[in-house]
Design a protein around this ligand. Sequence first.
Ligand SMILES: *[C@@H]1O[C@H](CO)[C@@H](O)[C@H](O)[C@H]1NC(C)=O
Ligand SMILES: *[C@@H]1O[C@H](CO)[C@@H](O)[C@H](O)[C@H]1NC(C)=O
Ligand SMILES: *[C@@H]1O[C@H](CO)[C@@H](O)[C@H](O)[C@H]1NC(C)=O
Length: 387
Amino acid sequence: MKFIALIVSIFSLFSLLDAHPAGGHDPELIAAQRVKELHRKYVKTVEGILKHRKTGCTLKTVRRRKEWNSLTKREKLDYINSVHCLAKLPYQTPLSLVPGVRNRYDDFTASHALRTPFVHQNGIFLAYHRHYNHLFETALRTECNLKGTLPYWDWTLGWQDVNKNHLFDGSPTSLGSNGLFIPNRTHFISVNPLGKVLDRSPGTGGGCVYSGPFTPDKWIVHLGPFTDPKGPNDGWGYNPRCLDRDLLKDFGTYTRPSNITHVLDNCQDLACASPYIQESGNGVHSAGHIQTGGIMLDVLASPSDPVFWPHHAMVDKIWTMWQFIGGADEYVARTREVWGTATRYNIPPSPNVTLDSPVDMGGIIGPTRRLGELGSTIDDDYCYIYE
Ligand SMILES: *[C@@H]1O[C@H](CO)[C@@H](O)[C@H](O)[C@H]1NC(C)=O
Ligand SMILES: *[C@@H]1O[C@H](CO)[C@@H](O)[C@H](O)[C@H]1NC(C)=O
Ligand SMILES: *[C@@H]1O[C@H](CO)[C@@H](O)[C@H](O)[C@H]1NC(C)=O
């Protein structure tokens, strides 16, 4: 009986393959293949450049950032443990500046909250968040003995339903579960300065993360909410509470493989790529926040969720791939290209950014840098590749 069932299932597998040669005509399967191809091209270009180097960032020293689900158990625990370690170290932020900080992890959340109005939907966004992630990774490595690198969350791999991603399966090697389900909630509605409305239905959680390494007995959020109803001191005060999440598959439609190929194949300049990646609501960046829900919807406090970093590593990966897929000749131009102004949606209008434009990190986690120093992932402070 079992044998017959096996034959039948093998047979149906073959007919399935037959009906969809090389992925068939599903545009997302085709796009996923294309993303893989471009990824190989990117890796080949970077390795080709590094191969010839004897100093600075070389093939020997380059650090490899991996997708969360392809980390080994040990690597996942290494990352999780180092994040917990950071939250046990003392804060360095003056309480007169941000009264709610209680640990070193909060220094990072606080600096993002301070910089939020100046580093989103503008020409600073990509570089700021690249550097922000880098400083976090450096803190994990130097202060908390992380052996690996910052992982990334490739949302395209499970874009159909974020609920099924092992990143959130609540096991000891996940970044924690969904939030506990809370019924009968109302929609989350926000309006951006351009008048664009974001209407998010309630997801499958809504409450505290209930299993895995970031449950309330193991992980306490201190800052925020910065959205109404705000926490003490408008969100800057001490407000200990659980990490909440509310997974929602709807916005997976904006993190499909085809959204990545759109940037990589169609955008010839940063004026096309940068706003597409950032765009609030349906851009890949926002869509990762919106799929996670909970504190990831509170822009200022969103780094309180440890998935913030792998999410932003994926955002950085798209920019990085775009910079390198043109080959070794184009990479110099694309890593030195800037776009946009320093004000959000250019409101109020401000001058275009240049390679000399300052990227203020909030003064707590690191000094101000220039845009021109943050363009290439294999030069200056950086030496990493997305595997
Ligand atoms: C949720 O809404 C349903 C239907 O409107 C209602 O029957 C139920 O009592 C509500 N539950 C709570 C906890 O308010
Ligand atoms: C991403 O792809 C989906 C499906 O093709 C599309 O509806 C959506 O508009 C895309 N997002 C952007 C920002 O173009
Ligand atoms: C600013 O950049 C845009 C392209 O993104 C360009 O059209 C415009 O002329 C620039 N403005 C100035 C003053 O250089």
